[in-house]
Write a protein of this length. Structure first.
Length: 310
């Protein structure tokens, strides 16, 4: 069987945004191997667009933007979008249904860059396939499914600015009175998230079980003051990422010397992000960094989570 076509549309297009961790507090690994997190996410204006269309079988294709370079993409059946389809069929469709759709992803979010591009695609697929198959899944149920797919997927659905706990999957919207200007510098070298966490465990064997709280960043966001937010930004994984890739530390220092209020590794890296005082300041910093970097992007946040496009 296929999902019931019902009154479903012929095609659904969904946009989903990249994320930055404004605060990433990491605790010692739990018995299940996961690290408890206290994090603040912000969705920023780098997007992947996903289109799901009616079809008699199932396929997923990805087109990458030129600035992403030659990146390794999952093979057939290994994309997180395949997992989304299987999960929706298993939990929301009649027994024995199989996914049928043609899914096309236009990707501009850095791949394996610490900006949750895969999670953004998963969130977009949840929204698109739910609408294409006319499943009418309630929002709270979509969030539960998102948490099964990955720690960052629930936030990719919610967007904006949010506080994340647990593995990062328990998200709550937070007060954010700012419009924040960012410079984003991708890196095609790649850093494995599990490898960064393992290295963090090696560097900090006596880390407390409870991660550092996010209150300084939450207070800065409520103030709307870029200087206050710059002072409060924190990423506990940065030390491990920079120890594995010292050039990232050099890039951060250079961006700050060129006028950024604060630079840091995004998530587990290797993308680096720079908070700037204004969009004009961000363009100036981006221009300066472009002298030695092939790809330098500007972005703003917060922006919406996964949402339908007309």
């Amino acid at each position: 069987m296929r999902p019931d076509p019902g009154g479903r549309p012929g095609a659904v297009r969904v946009r989903s945004a990249a994320k930055i961790n404004l605060h990433l507090g990491v605790g010692a690994p739990r018995d299940d191997g996961f690290h408890p997190l206290d994090t603040v996410y912000q969705a920023v204006s780098l997007y992947d667009d996903l289109t799901a269309s009616r079809a008699d079988d199932w396929s997923v294709t990805t087109r990458t933007a030129v600035h992403l370079g030659d990146v390794a993409l999952p093979g057939p059946g290994d994309n997180i979008v395949d997992r989304v389809a299987e999960l929706l069929c298993a939990t929301r469709c009649d027994e024995g249904c199989r996914p049928t759709a043609r899914v096309e992803i236009d990707k501009t979010i850095p791949v394996a860059g610490g900006m949750a591009g895969g999670s953004a695609d998963a969130a977009a697929a949840l929204v698109a396939l739910d609408r294409l198959w006319d499943l009418r899944t309630p929002d709270d149920a979509l969030l539960d499914l998102a948490a099964q797919l990955g720690s960052d997927v629930p936030f990719a659905l919610v967007g904006g600015t949010a506080h994340g706990l647990g593995r990062g999957e328990v998200v709550t919207a937070v007060e954010d009175h700012g419009s924040w200007a960012w410079v984003v510098v991708p890196d095609t070298g790649g850093l494995s998230t599990p490898a960064v966490y393992r290295h963090w465990d090696t560097l900090f064997p006596d880390a407390p079980a409870t991660p550092a709280p996010a209150q300084p960043v939450l207070t800065a966001l409520a103030s709307g003051d870029p200087m206050a937010l710059a002072a409060a930004l924190r990423n506990d994984l940065e030390a491990a990422a920079v120890d594995l890739r010292p050039d990232l530390g050099e890039l951060i220092a250079r961006g700050e010397a060129e006028g950024a209020l604060r630079g840091m590794v995004s998530g587990s890296g290797p993308t680096c992000v720079f908070l700037c005082e204004s969009p004009e300041a961000a363009r100036d910093v981006a221009t300066a960094l472009s002298a030695t970097r092939d790809v330098v992007l500007t972005a703003h946040g917060p922006v919406a989570g996964a949402h339908l496009l007309g």
